[in-house]
Design a protein around this ligand. Structure first.
Ligand SMILES: Nc1ncnc2c1ncn2[C@@H]1O[C@H](COP(=O)(O)OP(=O)(O)OP(=O)(O)O)[C@@H](O)[C@H]1O
Length: 282
């Protein structure tokens, strides 16, 4: 792991992006270090997806700077895209194709050499535990399997940086655990992960560091333990007894944003409707 900005996986400096009068991202400074799992947290509308879309080059960078492994996201978009795997909030799997066909499609789009394709597709499906189900239509998959399929799509190009926007939204707790286990098994590749989630327990358990975003900027940053301890110290300074339980990450979240969290479960259809509901209209 490094703190050298030239090799940081992501370095945003003063990033701003507005939709009309809405300042979705408003002077965001964010560094994701190579090799870490970084959780970008924040209430609905905090600007997480907009920031991610700037980092993935899907949105322009009208103000500020975004670098991905030193490449400028505004000036060197193709170099940035080649380094990324991206699982968006919206469904990216096609229910009318098999799991294998879905992943093969991404392998072609991301220029995986033809000669390596079949093996790489098999590896990606195996890495997310879908070997047995590879030749079934994705429309028959459970919600958790759909998410793992989308993960395989993103992994097939062997990205240095994997970006996931709410990878476990709409999944039951067991499926959520399954998705996280496949996201975080990355030691062999050293892949960096940038992930958004509304589930504080997941961020606490799986992220090396988290940034709490509110109104377009990071308002709290650190390891989950640092953030919990920091709030505990502030509470004690305000008179809370030393025996008071250590705050949770959700307490930290509420201190920063004062907002609630949600839980949902379901299959392919439910995931689609949940994500459609969660998706920003515009
Ligand atoms: N395409 C768009 N057109 C207009 N406004 C938009 C658009 N996309 C996002 N916004 C606005 O920008 C702000 C930030 O939205 P964004 O989706 O980045 O937040 P978020 O933190 O990802 O939220 P969520 O957790 O709900 O996904 C919101 O006020 C939203 O309404």
């Amino acid at each position: 792991m490094t703190t050298d900005s030239a090799t940081d996986a992501v370095a945003c400096t003063g990033l701003a992006h507005a939709f009309g009068d809405t300042k979705a991202v408003d002077g965001l400074d964010l560094t994701v270090r190579e090799g870490e799992v970084f959780g970008l947290l924040g209430p609905n509308g905090a600007g997480k997806t907009t920031a991610i879309r700037c980092i993935t080059t899907l949105l322009p960078v009208p103000s500020g700077m975004v670098r991905v492994f030193g490449h400028d996201a505004a000036g060197d978009r193709m170099a940035v895209r080649r380094l990324l795997g991206y699982v968006p909030q919206q469904l990216s799997a096609d229910s009318g194709l098999t799991g294998r066909e879905n992943v093969s499609l991404f392998a072609r789009v991301f220029d995986v050499p033809r000669r390596e394709r079949a093996e790489r597709v098999d590896q990606a499906l195996g890495a997310v535990g879908l070997t047995e189900a590879a030749d079934r239509l994705a429309g028959t998959y459970s919600g958790g399997m759909v998410r793992r399929l989308e993960l395989a799509q993103a992994l097939v190009s062997a990205p240095r940086l994997l970006i996931l926007d709410e990878p476990t939204i709409g999944l039951d707790p067991i499926a959520r655990t399954g998705v996280w286990e496949h996201i975080t098994v990355r030691e062999a590749t050293g892949m960096t992960v940038l992930v958004t989630t509304h589930y504080m327990d997941e961020a606490d358990q799986y992220c090396d560091r988290v940034g709490l975003m509110h109104h377009g900027r990071i308002r709290a940053l650190g390891t989950p333990a640092e953030l919990r301890q920091g709030l505990g110290e502030r509470r004690r300074a305000e008179g809370a007894p030393a025996t008071a339980p250590l705050p949770t990450l959700e307490d930290v979240f509420r201190e920063v944003a004062g907002s609630g969290l949600d839980e949902q479960a379901g299959d392919f259809r439910d995931v689609r409707s949940t994500r459609r509901t969660a998706r920003r209209v515009g």
